[in-house]
Design a protein around this ligand. Structure first.
Ligand code: SAH
Length: 271
């Protein structure tokens, strides 16, 4: 059996309990060496075969896993973050299907979740945005025209941009041309959850120069939206006047939080 396992964003203890269990039992690990934290390999048992896929082609990755399977090994294919995002995992699953090799997928903590955690942020703040757009700039992999940064920016939603930190100047230009105000809040989160994690915060118009000064070009996410600020409405979930399946209404009046209030109520709302 081949287990595609999400390794999480970097910190070794952000792999799931299920993923860790499989890693401990594996007879072969094929890991994406360019991004997966090698410390995770310490969890593998002595004698486990370890292959770095960073320099392999798809054929070589499949060949390695096929060989492990043929020798009766439990194979863990370790992908960074969650395999379903920019993981090139579908093509591997399809090949395994053609070869009649059984596999399963174990999800992981994506870096966009680790980046929000690093910022104490919530992408879906009431009164700000209820939508998160996960996308990327076109690079060597093209992006369909209908998903251009400009067209997605027109929604003004919260946005998490993968694989785009090396093009932050063009990115911010397109975001602003597409509809975000130049003073929309943004952040660049480098290596979220790693010991050398870095966070840069700036209005969209200033992010490129800040990123340039810090020399950050890869392993970073660009987050955009005023969810990074302090003006929002309190959620209905904990609103005393709002009744739901687990609680009856007690009093009336939804409230909003702005500026200083937001910061002073952080503890109370658990943000
Ligand atoms: N499947 C992965 C994404 C792989 S694509 C996931 O779910 O996170 C690789 C891109 O992910 C990088 O270029 C960067 O944009 C982002 N990335 C991966 N790990 C990161 C981290 N720890 N901090 C910030 N960005 C990260």
């Amino acid at each position: 059996m081949i287990h595609f396992v999400g390794a999480g964003p970097g910190a070794p203890d952000l792999i799931t309990v299920r993923g860790l269990g499989l890693l401990r039992k594996a007879g072969m690990v094929v890991y994406a060496g360019s991004l997966v934290n090698p410390e995770l390999l310490d969890f593998a048992r002595p004698g486990c075969e370890v292959h770095d896929s960073a320099s392999m082609t798809l054929d070589e990755v499949i060949g390695t896993m096929r060989d492990g399977f043929a020798r009766g090994l439990d194979v863990v294919r370790l992908h960074t973050g969650d395999p379903s995002l920019y993981g090139a995992v579908r093509e591997q699953m399809d090949r395994l299907m053609e070869l009649d090799i059984p596999f399963e997928v174990v999800p992981g903590v994506s870096s966009f979740c680790a980046a929000a955690a690093a910022l104490n942020a919530e992408y879906t703040l009431p009164g700000v945005s209820q939508t998160l757009i996960v996308t990327r700039m076109a690079g060597r992999t093209p992006v369909p025209d209908r998903e251009s940064i400009r067209s997605l920016a027109a929604h003004g939603a919260s946005m998490a941009l993968f694989l785009s930190a090396g093009m932050v100047e063009d990115l911010c230009t397109a975001l602003i041309e597409g509809g975000y105000a130049p003073d929309t809040l943004s952040a660049l989160v480098y290596r979220a959850s790693w010991p050398d994690q870095k966070i840069l915060r700036a209005p969209l118009s200033d992010l490129p120069s800040l990123a340039g000064t810090e020399g950050i070009k890869k392993t970073a996410l660009v987050l955009v939206g005023n969810f990074l600020g302090n003006d929002y409405e309190l959620s209905r979930l904990y609103d005393p006047s709002f009744e739901h399946g687990f609680r009856a209404a007690r009093e009336s009046g939804p409230k909003s939080v702005t500026g200083e209030d937001a910061r002073t109520t952080e503890g109370a709302t658990g943000r």
